[in-house]
Design a protein around this ligand. Sequence first.
Ligand code: SF4
Ligand code: SF4
Length: 198
Amino acid sequence: MKEYDNRKLFRPNLVPSTLSKQDFEKVYALLDVTPLEFDCGTLCGKLCCREYEPGVGMYLLPGEEQMFSMEEPWLRWAFVKAGEHDFPPDWKDDVAFIMCNSDCPRDKRPVQCRTFPLMPYLTPEGELQVKLDALSGILICPLVKQPHTYPLKPEFYTAVLSAWRILIRDPLIRSDVWRQSRLLDQEESSVWRGLLGR
Ligand code: SF4
Ligand code: SF4
């Protein structure tokens, strides 16, 4: 993955988006709510904000780049071809991948940081729900590993669901949520098969 000096105005051919900057501003405002009554980072030493594996970072959603200048001193940028990574087949272009210095201005953090440890889930009938992110959280996040010890605030669920209702208006984001939902189905059924010894 090639990184880009964020002071050069390199503009890749990004996966297109139907969402405006105002849509993302609304989403960010909705997501100004924390999962717990206290700072969950005290449980794990802010593991999801640290480079717990070399090169760990996060993908931006299509259109989310509108919220960044690419000159943020706390970010490094890379771009990947969607077709060469784990994205749906209708994502044809480049996807922005960002790596932070573990110290972002809180009001600038991206969607993925605001919604974790929840992920959007589309039922096979197409109904939007949110679930604990067992796909990427089970190894690192106490809130995913011990959901009964650390139940998330109901208003956090509500905010994340409202935000994803806006985000999946974009057909390509919906398509990726559909793909991840089917991956979660597979993951959950393999856990059950394991428990039942099949
Ligand atoms: S979301 Fe999970 S991994 Fe991230 S800081 Fe909170 S408890 Fe830790
Ligand atoms: S952008 Fe902020 S919230 Fe997200 S991982 Fe980096 S330091 Fe944590």
